[in-house]
Design a protein. Sequence first.
Length: 120
Amino acid sequence: MIAKAIDGASVVELCKLGDSTIVAEADKVYNKKGADKTPKGIAHPTTVSINQHICGFAPLESDTVNGPTKLVKGDVVKLMAGAHIDGYAVLSGETCVALGRHSAADLLAASSSVRARLSR
């Protein structure tokens, strides 16, 4: 999801991507059938909070106020999602900055620059 948090990305689409990824990855493990089937899936819906939103921002497509929200280059983006297997949940979060549409070389150069500044 971090790689998709770029200028122009739809918050609704990022939330859908996170949820569908959790379901797809959970389907790959603990695949017993019948009575032995292990419950698994989404424990916390994917949220994409931008700038001043603290957490829990997951607009619906039908939301006429927040639904069409798009990321803008430079936005501080807080991503959070949670999955569970048999009721044992794990939540994960990450904060990143929405980037413009750059090449991989530009991104590597930027990360190298940041690493150099942090190691001072």
